[in-house]
Each structure stands twice: as C-alpha cells, then as structure tokens.
Design a protein around this ligand. Structure first.
Ligand SMILES: [Zn+2]
Length: 118
C-alpha cells in the first residue's frame, strides 16, 4: 500500500516536472507551469503523508499497549490509586497480558483493573 502511494507520488512529480519543463519549450504554453506545480505539489503531499504515517506506525510498534488496553479505560481521567496523581499512557506497561501501572509520583506498581460504569 505504501509502495503504491510512493509510486503514484513519483509519477505525479515526474509528470509535473515534465509539464513545467514543457512549458519552456517552443511548443509549450505558460499554463502548463501551473498544472506542473499542482501535480508536483500533490505528489509531494502524498509522500509527506505516507512517510509521516510510516513514522507513526513505527512508534506504535515500540509501544504496543494502546491497542491492548481494556475497552473502557479512560486514559484522560486515570489517576493513581495511592497518591491520586494523574497517570499517563506511558506509565502503563503490559505484563503477562495485563496492563500494569507504575506511578511516576509515588512509584507504586499495581495492576490496572477495568472499573464498571454503573
Ligand atoms: Zn502514585
């Protein structure tokens, strides 16, 4: 999928450059510069987004805990059981398939349990 996007982007940039180049030739028209710039621009935008998505996927591979957390855990309201400090997603690690919280404030380590909503 990424490779296809790169190929499409490369083709767009290639034809965009050809249009810009062609506009300076005797047979070309000045309007081709605009078409060429737009085409190159679209190609560069595709490359930009694909490379950025690739970088994000790499980070997700390193962390791998965001997906595996229990469904109803609300990260923005998660607080330490011992000291009440606000916990961040990076304070949670997966140990034996269960999310374990290590509090950065009081160094308490405990297993994260899913609280019922009622
Ligand atoms: Zn704490």
């Amino acid at each position: 999928m990424k490779i296809i996007a790169y190929i499409v982007a490369a083709i767009l940039v290639f034809f965009g450059v050809l249009f810009i180049w062609g506009s300076f030739s005797p047979n070309g028209s000045p309007g081709w510069i605009l078409i060429g710039l737009i085409t190159v621009g679209i190609g560069l935008v595709i490359i930009f987004f694909v490379s950025r998505r690739k970088a994000q996927a790499g980070n997700a591979d390193n962390v791998t805990l965001n997906i595996e957390l229990p469904g109803n855990v609300q990260m923005d309201t998660l607080k330490c059981k011992s000291c009440g400090g606000t916990l961040k997603p990076e304070n949670i690690t997966m140990v034996a398939g269960a999310p374990v919280v290590t509090c950065p404030y009081c160094n308490t380590t405990y297993q994260l349990t899913e609280e019922p909503k009622w």
